[in-house]
Each structure stands twice: as C-alpha cells, then as structure tokens.
Design a protein around this ligand. Structure first.
Ligand SMILES: Cc1cc2nc3c(=O)[nH]c(=O)nc-3n(C[C@H](O)[C@H](O)[C@H](O)COP(=O)(O)OP(=O)(O)OC[C@H]3O[C@@H](n4cnc5c(N)ncnc54)[C@H](O)[C@@H]3O)c2cc1C
Length: 311
C-alpha cells in the first residue's frame, strides 16, 4: 500500500514543483521551436532563465537530479520533436552586459555576437569583425569555438567565467587549459559559460564597420538569407569541404518532407516552413550515408541535436 501511494505522489509531483525558489523566469512545458533558428522541436519539460549568477548557482546547487541542457541563441541546434526532458537553461536579460576597459571587453554569456561586434566597432576596438555575421550568443560561440574569415573564438578569448553543473563559480584561463578544437570546446558539457574576457586591438570605427559590411556582403553572396536554418550542418572533414561532398553526392536542392538542402549552399539544411525535426535529422542522416557510400568520408554533425524523438 505504502509503495502504491509513494508511486502515486511521485507521478503527481511535476519537476517544476521540485525546483528551489528562483527570481528568474521558470516555465513548465515551454515550446522551444520559436527559440531556435530551425524553428522546429518540442517543449522543454522545464525552461529556466535565471535572473543572474546567484540565481543560476542556487538552481544548480539545489537542482533535483535531472538532465540539464543549455540553450543559447538556438542558431546551432536541432531540437527533436519530443522536446527536452529535464531542465533547459537559457541566459536571458540578466546576462546582457558588455564592459570595455581599453581594448579588453568583458562580455556576459547571453550577449549576441552582433551586439558585441557593433559595440566594439563603436568603441574603436578591432578584432571582432569576424563574429558580426555569426548568429547566437557569446556563450554558444565559446562552446562551438565559432569562427569565420580565418578567425575563431579562441583567438580572442583571454579568460572565461563558468558555473559548473554543481553550481560552483570558476575562472578558466584558456592558456593553461586545453580548451578548444575545430568547432569544439573540451570543457564539461554541463558547464555554463556566463562571462568571457576578450582581447582586441585599437582600430578606427569606420574601418571596422567597412570590414563588417564586406563580410555581410560575402555571406549574402554565398549563403541563403532569411531562411530557417542552423548554418553549416556538418563539420568540414580534414582537408575537404563538406558542401562539395554533399553537392557531388547530388543533394543540391534535394527535399525530404518539409526539409531541403539549400541550393545556394549545400551544407545548409533549410526548414521550408512545415518541416519536423525528424525531417531535418533524417535528411542529414541520408546525406551522411550517401557521402560515406560514394566517397568513404564520414561527415560529423556540427549542429547539436538535443532532446528526444516524438513517440
Ligand atoms: C545563418 C547561420 C550562419 C552561421 N554561420 C556560422 C559561421 O560562420 N561560423 C560558425 O562557427 N557558426 C556559424 N553558425 C552556427 C552558430 O551561429 C554558432 O555555432 C553559434 O556560436 C551558436 O551560438 P548560440 O548561442 O546560438 O548557441 P546554441 O545554438 O543555442 O547552442 C550551441 C551549443 O552551445 C551550447 N551553449 C549555448 N550557450 C551556452 C552557454 N552560455 N554556456 C555553455 N554552453 C552553451 C549549447 O548547449 C549547444 O551545445 C551559423 C548559424 C546560422 C543559423
């Protein structure tokens, strides 16, 4: 009898009721599709935007033992149709500060890369132009070691503040820790990057803005714009270009359900409007299989797949 009652009460207690009191935003069954660039995916069982670092530490220190997922700007993720079990954390309003000290920038993890690049241009700090066309946040860019035009995040990072999965604050010196690979960061996956110290060089605002404009034009020429996509789907295999392998395998413009291989850039998968996450993932897997069969090359997903499939 006792066991039956225990089971009954356990099933009645939802995860959101087991969280410590927080000052930030907490939403149960929060739809995530509008929070990602692909525009697909189910709900977060619980979605939390902590008010600040203290709130985040409190959550992590007293969090029930459930899976933890971190969502940045949602520009490099494919959230599956069944949603994300456990707690999904997003650094919202409380993580939006940028401070300048000469050519050093202290930037919160929730700041968008475009905001950072524009602020640096205004202050006459050069070195961040390459980030201006990459969507997403500083936190996500550190996790992905995001890069473009021959530079990546590791080239400008001098220090990183993280909150560990247990809610401990740590300062990481990238010169002392083996941190980065190609579109990869080796720090534990449950660490949350809340603040980055970045180093630029003195520059002239007009020149910086001109470079940003040139990069924007290059993107407009080579990539689909204004579509639902997560950018490059697969990493470039050593010495090869993923887009070229996909093109040679015959996928340019190929469709599966509501998903399509962009006819402008074949490493971009696009949601035509009514795609499910399953359409996109199975299109990606079909491409991987064909590229393997045709060229013996294994494509690795750059896009991070999250959550579970719909039953
Ligand atoms: C049109 C388009 C163009 C793109 N062009 C480029 C490009 O030129 N170069 C490039 O490198 N990428 C590019 N991308 C991919 C993407 O913009 C980058 O990977 C970006 O850095 C992801 O940041 P995000 O905040 O959106 O992270 P998300 O997509 O939300 O998450 C990506 C990963 O980072 C983790 N994460 C997010 N925030 C944090 C945090 N605060 N702490 C710890 N982990 C975190 C997530 O858990 C996930 O594993 C492009 C994407 C699009 C849609």
């Amino acid at each position: 009898m006792k066991t039956i009652l225990k089971k009954f009460f356990k099933s009645k207690t939802s995860l959101v009721d087991t969280l410590p009191p927080l000052r930030g935003k907490v939403i149960a069954n929060c739809p995530l599709n509008k929070k990602t660039w692909f525009g697909v995916g189910g709900c977060a069982e619980v979605y939390v935007e902590p008010a600040d670092i203290d709130d985040l530490c409190r959550l992590l220190q007293f969090m029930p033992s459930v899976p933890l997922t971190i969502l940045g700007g949602g520009s490099n993720v494919l959230i599956r149709d069944g949603g994300i079990p456990g707690i999904t954390i997003h650094l919202g309003k409380g993580f939006h500060t940028i401070k300048f000290d000469g050519t050093t920038i202290v930037c919160d993890g929730g700041v968008s890369l475009m905001e950072l690049a524009r602020a640096a241009a205004k202050q006459g700090v050069s070195g961040f132009e390459f980030l201006s066309g990459i969507p997403g946040t500083i936190g996500g860019a550190v996790r992905m070691n995001a890069g473009a035009h021959g530079k990546c995040l590791q080239d400008v990072l001098t220090s990183l503040m993280v909150i560990t999965g247990e809610g401990e604050i740590r300062e990481i010196d990238p010169n002392e820790t083996e941190m980065f690979g190609y579109r990869k960061c080796y720090l534990p996956s449950d660490w949350i990057f809340v603040r980055a110290v970045l180093k630029g060089v003195e520059g002239k605002s007009a020149n910086i803005l001109a470079t940003m404009e040139m990069y924007k034009q290059q993107r407009h020429n080579n990539q689909p714009v204004g579509v639902k996509t997560a950018g490059s789907t697969f990493k470039n295999p050593q010495g090869l270009q993923a887009w070229s392998l996909i093109d040679k395998a015959g996928f340019r413009g190929y469709r599966k359900g509501g998903a399509m291989v962009s006819d402008k850039h074949t490493n971009f998968l696009v949601n035509l409007g009514d795609a499910t996450a399953k359409d996109i993932e199975s299109l990606g897997e079909e491409i991987r299989q064909k590229v393997w069969d045709d060229f013996g090359v294994e494509l690795e997903w750059e896009v991070k797949k999250m959550g579970i499939e719909k039953e």
